[in-house]
Each structure stands twice: as C-alpha cells, then as structure tokens.
Design a protein around this ligand. Structure first.
Ligand SMILES: Cc1cc2nc3c(=O)[nH]c(=O)nc-3n(C[C@H](O)[C@H](O)[C@H](O)COP(=O)(O)O)c2cc1C
Length: 187
C-alpha cells in the first residue's frame, strides 16, 4: 500500500486548498492512501529558538510523518503571484536541522496542486515551489497539473467538490501521481 501525506498551505477553516486536498484524498486508486497532515501549530522560524530549544515538537512530529510516507502532496495557495509565507515557513522548519533534509525530503516523490477563487489557478505559486523542491532533493512529479481556478464555484458550502470537470481532472492527476509514488516507493 503506497502512502501519501498531504499538506494544505492554508490555515483558514474554509480553505479551498484544504477542500481540494480532501477531495484528492478520496480520489486515489485502490492500493494508495492519503493521510492529511497539518502545518497548524508550527511557529515562525527563529534561529535563536532552534539553537536554544531545538526543533519544535509539532515540526518533529510532521517530519516523522513525512519521512514515513512514500510521497508528499502539497496543496498551495497563491499569494501575490508566489508561495504563501505560512507554508514556506513550515517547509523551512521541516528542513531543519539540515542533516535531516535527506531523511525527510530526499528522493521523495512530490506533487503540487492548488486552488484559488481567481482565474489563474495558482499556476505561479506552483512554479515558485520548484526551486524549493529542487533544493530539498525531492523528486517532483511533472506528469500532470492540477489548478482549481474559480474555486468558489467548484466547491459547495460543505466543502465538497461539485464540479465534474474538476473532479475528473483531479482523479486523473491523483491516479498518475499514485502510480509514480508506487513505482518509486521503497520495498
Ligand atoms: C495576501 C494575499 C495575496 C493573494 N494573492 C493572490 C494571487 O496572487 N493569486 C491568486 O489567485 N489569489 C490570490 N489571493 C487570493 C487567494 O487565492 C485566496 O485568498 C484563497 O482563498 C487562499 O487559499 P485558501 O482558500 O486555501 O485559504 C491572495 C490572498 C491573499 C490573502
């Protein structure tokens, strides 16, 4: 069973990215599971805190969950045509100490998806993640793109994905990513 861990880059209760991630978790083929992690509780990165106290417990726990997964799925908002600081901050903490980067991120299959109420679909944010993913030594999956534009119209008030076109695109994306993760999963 290939296991993917999903992270939403938004803390908002009614986050479209969290909705997209939940929908993605339900659209994986048999033999793959998606568990949903959270960046909630991760403080702002502070090198003095790291020196004095080490990596916060919330970060340590999430690092362990990512290290135990076969793949990582990131649902990213787009802020000012780039990466949202909240999620970048979480990834920065997750990359500490640098000796652990390989264990947490190295060789790990990663896919990026995103949702926005705007027309651009988080395309620029997804592209902005690429140097970060490369620096961490991940293996990004480029077999598909999943951008949920005009998100206010594709989810209902209960956060369910109601747009059939978006659903089938998400299903195809997750099928492709799941196959990629399974291929690269360690025996
Ligand atoms: C500071 C800020 C900057 C934003 N910049 C963009 C942007 O560049 N492109 C875009 O499509 N949406 C932008 N938005 C709108 C977000 O896509 C929208 O708030 C979205 O709902 C955030 O994701 P979430 O629903 O998962 O919280 C921005 C929102 C904020 C708060």
């Amino acid at each position: 069973m290939a296991k993917i861990i999903g992270l939403s880059g938004s803390l908002r209760r009614a986050s479209f990215n969290s909705m997209l991630l939940r929908a993605a978790s339900q659209l994986v083929p048999a033999g793959t599971s998606v568990e949903i992690g959270s960046i909630r509780g991760i403080p702002l990165y502070d090198g003095d805190v790291e020196t004095a106290e080490g990596v916060p417990i919330a970060v340590q726990e999430l690092k362990s969950r990512i290290a135990a997964a076969d793949g990582l799925l990131i649902a990213t908002p787009e802020y000012n045509n780039s990466i949202p600081g909240v999620l970048k901050n979480a990834i920065d903490w997750l990359s500490r100490p640098a000796e652990d980067i390989h264990k947490v991120f190295g060789g790990r299959p990663v896919a990026v998806i995103g949702a926005t109420p705007g027309p651009g679909g988080t395309s620029l944010a997804q592209t902005a993640w690429l140097p970060v993913l490369r620096t961490l030594g991940t293996i990004p999956w480029f077999g598909g793109r999943m951008m949920a534009a005009n998100a206010a119209t594709v989810f209902n008030e209960d956060g369910e994905l109601i747009d059939e076109t978006t659903r089938s695109r998400l299903q195809a994306f997750m099928t492709g990513f799941a196959a990629f993760v399974s291929r690269l999963a360690l025996p």
